[in-house]
Design a protein around this ligand. Structure first.
Ligand code: AMP
Length: 274
């Protein structure tokens, strides 16, 4: 049994982070750090001092190719996304995005939107975290993580920070028609977002993974509903838009200072240039 050995991911994460140009070692991965995988959700890693780790012989590694870790089934770990691929050990659900951290007042607006939708028979659940997607959710094999994030970092090296805004509500449905989202579509910053997507897509192509939508509708999903309730949501979208327009903090402003890549239970950070 390989139990007792800590996974190799931590070392991989460290070596990836060490390769990052903006790395600040003194800030040592509290939770999130430049290029350092987030640790708070790591479940399977056992804290074995590094000095006590012995490398596995290659022949043994080949016998158990993906024993290091497994994906959690907790859907919150992948932002409420439903997997469109079979869960397998060693398959890491991966996507890139810009995080959005709303002001407190935004919460009031969201609650109001939920209650108006509920009155129209649409039951919405708030997103646990807010983000603007820059890729589809793809599947990475565990041993691709390091080269994948390295390629992303290289491709994003010259991308600059910018601000984008969103204020128009729009309904989105996932490809499997298992979830419908109430999102706010971006109205400024489209060109810079496209530039980021191009960089991400280059890495996707390099790894033969799906690229993003040819004609993306950049947005931040606010809430979701189970199944395909596109029509029901569209029926009350004007009313919901009225709620947004009446709010002082209705429009959403996103300071795009870093791109993130979530893979399994880790998050890699890619700071954009000041
Ligand atoms: P997200 O909040 O980024 O997870 O997006 C919610 C859903 O919108 C995802 O399942 C996407 O597949 C879907 N979606 C549908 N059409 C588009 C589009 N044109 N651009 C971006 N996302 C889209």
């Amino acid at each position: 049994m390989l139990v007792g050995y800590s996974s190799s991911e931590e070392e991989e994460g460290d070596s990836e982070a060490a390769a990052a140009p903006n790395r600040s070692r003194s800030r040592k991965c509290q939770e999130e750090d430049d290029g350092c995988p987030e640790r708070k959700k790591a479940k399977t890693e056992e804290r074995v001092p590094k000095t006590s780790r012995l490398p596995l012989p290659g022949s043994l590694v080949a016998m158990f190719p993906d024993e290091e870790d497994s994906l959690t089934e907790d859907s919150s770990v992948h932002g409420g996304r439903v997997r469109s691929f079979r869960h397998e050990r060693g398959n890491w659900a991966t996507y890139t995005y810009l995080p959005y951290h709303p002001e407190e007042e935004f919460g009031e607006l969201l609650e109001e939107l939920l209650s108006v939708a509920r009155a129209r028979g649409v039951v919405l659940t708030l997103q646990e975290e807010f983000h603007l997607s820059l890729s589809q959710t793809v599947v990475l094999r565990h041993h691709w993580i390091q080269p994948f994030t390295r390629s992303l970092r290289a491709g994003l090296l010259h991308c600059k920070r910018f601000v984008c805004t969103a204020g128009r509500l729009k309904v989105y449905c996932n490809a499997e028609r298992t979830r419908t989202f109430l999102g706010m579509e971006v109205c400024t910053g489209h060109a810079q977002l496209l530039e980021l997507v191009q960089a991400v897509d280059r890495t996707m192509t390099e790894f033969r993974l799906d690229t993003f939508y040819k004609d993306p509708s950049f947005h931040v999903s606010l809430a979701w509903s189970v199944g395909d309730v596109t029509e029901q949501m569209k029926e009350c979208i004007q009313e919901l838009q009225g709620v947004v327009d009446d709010h002082e903090e209705g429009a959403l402003r996103l300071d795009c200072v870093e791109l993130r890549c979530r893979t399994g239970n880790k998050t890699f950070l890619f700071p954009l240039q000041p």
